[in-house]
Design a protein around this ligand. Structure first.
Ligand SMILES: *Cc1c(COP(=O)(O)O)cnc(C)c1O
Length: 390
């Protein structure tokens, strides 16, 4: 049997007529960049996320970039973030001439640890008193919200803007003492990605910035189109960060199905958890299933399960065995960002952020998507069981 990590063809098969009709409408309109489809998507995603504004942009990467630009992160500044994330989280900081300051992660959720972030900030300020730390950028990794109350408190105490990288967590609930908020709606700005493999994926690149601050929303819109105030007049330098109408049209069709897909993903995650408990793999310590820390808060969307990620003993051996048996897996992420070659000048050494480094050697993402069948999921677990009983 072959079970791929993700099967977008199966998703498309169920949506083909709907999507093709919408795409043909956009083609007939010949309005390809921004326009009514993008505006409608912005309204719908803002409503889903409970934010006042949403600004459609060219990718999840550009969403982070333009959000940091709007918050005036620039040369000589620094931004506090996690080393255990997709490259774009820190790449965008560096592209603006600012310095990523990495702090270690929580071993249970893999998200940036607020206490370690506070310590890393204090240590950095002591070492580099001339560098201004402008923002903290937590990531809602795999689809589970980071500890936003703690990061908002850190932002308030230390004068930092809070930007959430919610690329993997569209619609995820963050339950806290002050009620339930959505991923990307807690800080000054939140960013989404519509990369095809994300939970809400387009037919190419796309992204969005969420904010509750109308002034910031206007600034983001301006920066999205080169900093233009009126046609061919510019009062600052922005970029071309616009979202295509074709992407928006596809995304609007898919958005209607997102709640049922997220529900399916959570059901599949629960089934994996159950199977790992039943097979004894968890008790043996061979497999540590992911902990959904917001599950018992009463919030329905406690995790988007963008990825279902286990810690596995002999991870690379298991991965090879699963590959030989037709099961697709992935490692998010094999080398933490503080140890990437491109950041060598920042001066981090192996051992500096041990929790992230250990995670990078143990994590393995298993197939999870709405169309995954029970027999396919059973096969994945059977093969994992087989690997550990050899
Ligand atoms: C996907 C992703 C991004 C970048 O999004 P793109 O649309 O691919 O540019 C940024 N951060 C995280 C955590 C992501 O998963």
């Amino acid at each position: 049997m072959n079970v791929s990590l993700l099967n977008l063809k199966a998703q498309y098969a169920g949506l083909k007529p709907e999507i093709e009709a919408k795409v043909l409408e956009v083609i007939a309109s010949q309005q390809f960049v921004l326009g009514p489809e993008v505006e409608a998507l912005e309204k719908e995603v803002a409503a889903l996320s409970g934010t006042a504004r949403a600004v459609g942009v060219s990718s999840g990467t550009d969403a982070i970039l333009v959000a940091l630009m709007a918050l005036e992160v620039g040369p000589g500044d620094a931004v506090l973030t996690t080393p255990f994330t997709f490259f774009a989280t820190a790449g965008t900081i560096a592209r603006l001439g600012a310095r990523p300051v990495f702090a270690d992660i929580d071993p249970v959720t893999f998200n940036l640890d607020p206490l370690r972030a506070r310590d890393a900030l204090a240590a950095f300020r002591k070492r580099e008193p001339g560098v201004r730390v402008k923002a903290v950028l937590p990531v809602h990794l795999y689809g589970q919200c980071a500890d936003m109350d703690a990061f908002l408190a850190l932002g308030r105490d230390e004068g930092l803007a809070v930007v959430e990288d919610a690329a993997q967590a569209i619609g995820a609930d963050y339950p806290s003492g002050s009620g339930v908020r959505k991923a990307g709606a807690c800080g000054q700005a939140g960013t989404l990605s519509f990369y095809p493999t994300k939970n809400l994926g387009g037919f190419g690149d796309g992204g969005m910035v969420l904010t509750n601050d109308p002034g910031l929303g206007r600034r983001l819109r301006k920066l999205r189109t080169h900093g233009e105030t009126e046609r061919y007049f510019y009062d600052e330098v922005g970029g071309n960060f616009r979202l295509d109408a074709l992407q928006a049209a596809v995304l609007r069709v898919k958005l209607r199905h997102l709640p049922e897909w997220q529900k399916k993903r959570r059901a599949l995650a629960a089934a994996y958890n159950r199977k790992f408990a039943e097979t004894g793999l968890q008790a043996e310590g061979a497999v540590v299933p992911p902990a959904a820390v917001h599950e018992f808060s009463g919030a329905a969307d406690y995790h988007t399960f963008h990825q279902y990620v286990i810690r596995a003993a002999d991870r690379d051996g298991l991965r090879d065995f699963l590959r030989e048996n037709g099961v697709g897996t992935a490692v998010f992420y094999p080398l933490p960002l503080h140890l990437q070659k491109c950041f060598a000048s920042l001066g981090y050494r192996p051992g500096d952020l041990p929790v992230a480094e250990k995670a990078s050697k143990e994590v393995l993402a298993l197939p999870i998507y709405a169309e995954l069948r029970t027999d396919e999921q059973d096969y994945v677990v059977d093969k994992i069981r087989e690997f550990y009983s050899r």
